[in-house]
Design a protein around this ligand. Structure first.
Ligand code: ADP
Length: 409
């Protein structure tokens, strides 16, 4: 079975085509600047050189058509016809309380996704566009939706509710939803495999540090708390997002600087975090370099704030779960930055965390804790696409199974 995994963002289309018998990626790509005259196509077909070029792709339809052309190209195509794609798995951002699991996309599912748009106005519309275009392109091919929020639907009410009037939850769905669910799920299961223990017996904290960043407490394989909230703004300090803050700060700044809601939204989502603190960049590599090579005080401060916030969350989630067996670092920063892992884990022996500086000096997979460390600490590359592809295969497989059963009955 060949599964196409599609992630349609507001100005990008990211994709992978997987052969599910071997779970091998046979092509992947990223189309950026969708909507512009100078969109950038990056395509990597297995067995051929990477392809990169600039072209006009004025909307998501043009970008998806381009992706299908690349996949079926007469020179470097990995399939002859788009009909060889057996199923499409979509990364969908916000499923609110409507979706606790991945689902086969139907008209009813699309209608429910549309109801979630006000909770994710930037993410859900391009996600839905992607589903619609693929349905036009491959009308007889099943499509599956895998939600970023679904894994966190197991959180108890006392973890997902805010100290706001309860009516706001009932009427407007104001609560913690959490994001990056497929990533937290994947790396927690990988850690359990590495430990050779059933995930049901483990208390794990997963730390996803990409441009967006979130941390999750996973008890017995279930998400019991996570740092992102109603939106991805809450929690850790991120590339350009502030994370936790006194909720009165936007009122204060609005009055003081005469800022409207849109400007405050931009300030907290796009100009804060590591970009705002370092006064340099949202790219952790640049900030780390300035700290290490030039001892730049602003970058050093930004790094300390970033790591201190993570450390605080690890402590609070260990308390929330009443114990801790493993901590897993993942995503761009988590998988690649020994310095950040070291700063976070420094002075955590009281909690049973101690890491080996030499082993930690790596990228990608490693068990970085010392043999004596009571808590196992890992760096594990995430693979959200694989989770989406596996869920897609499972759902399409069960659909075919039930058709066969119905036919046989
Ligand atoms: P997203 O998928 O959220 O866009 P990624 O998971 O790709 O993000 O992570 C992007 C971040 O990872 C960037 O801030 C980048 O600087 C950081 N990163 C990548 N490689 C390294 C590295 N070697 N050291 C530190 N940070 C890194």
């Amino acid at each position: 079975m060949k599964v196409l995994v599609l992630n349609c963002g507001s100005s990008s289309v990211k994709y992978q085509l997987l052969e599910m018998e071997t779970e091998e990626v046979i092509a992947k790509g990223l189309i950026e600047r969708v909507g512009k005259n100078d969109a950038i196509v990056n395509h990597s077909p297995k067995g051929y050189d990477k392809i990169k070029y600039v072209t006009a792709l004025l909307d998501h339809r043009a970008a998806i058509e381009k992706m299908l052309c690349e996949l079926t190209d007469s020179n470097h195509g990995v399939i002859h016809d788009k009909k060889e794609i057996d199923a499409v798995g979509h990364r969908l951002v916000h499923g609110a309380e409507k979706f606790a699991h991945s689902v086969l996309v139907t008209a009813e599912v699309i209608a429910k996704m549309e109801e979630c748009i006000e909770l994710a106005p930037l993410h859900n519309p391009p996600n839905i566009t992607g589903v619609r275009i693929m349905d036009e392109q491959l009308p007889n091919t099943p499509q599956v939706g895998v939600f970023d929020t679904a894994f966190h639907q197991t959180m108890p009410d006392y973890a997902y509710l805010y100290g706001l009037p309860y009516e706001l939850y009932r009427q407007h769905g104001v609560r913690r939803y959490g994001f990056h669910g497929t990533s937290h799920f994947y790396v927690a299961h990988e850690a359990a495999k590495k430990l050779g223990k059933p995930i049901e017996s483990l208390k794990i904290i997963t730390v996803h540090l990409g441009n967006g960043a979130s941390i999750t407490a996973i008890d017995g394989g279930k998400s019991v708390d996570t740092s992102m909230g109603l939106t991805p703004l809450e929690g850790l300090v991120m590339g350009t997002r502030c994370g936790d803050l006194d909720p009165a700060i936007p009122f204060f700044l609005g009055r003081k600087m005469n800022l409207g809601i849109k400007e405050l939204d931009d300030l907290l989502n796009k100009k804060s975090g590591m970009l705002g603190l370092s006064m340099l960049s949202n790219d952790m590599r640049e900030i780390e370099d300035k700290m290490l090579k030039e001892k730049d005080p602003q970058c050093t401060l930004a790094m300390k704030i970033y790591c201190y916030r993570i450390k605080k969350y690890i402590g609070s989630y260990a308390a929330a779960m009443g114990g801790l067996d493993a901590v897993v670092f993942t995503a761009g920063v988590g998988e690649n930055s020994p310095v950040i892992r070291e700063m976070v884990c420094d002075n955590m022996e009281f909690l049973g965390i101690s890491i080996d500086a030499k082993v930690n000096d790596c990228r990608g997979y490693a068990r970085i804790s010392t043999p004596e460390s009571r808590v196992a600490v890992f760096s594990i590359p995430t693979n959200e696409e694989l989770v989406i592809a596996r869920d897609t295969k499972k759902i399409v497989g069960s659909m075919q199974g039930s058709k066969e059963t119905a036919a046989g009955a």
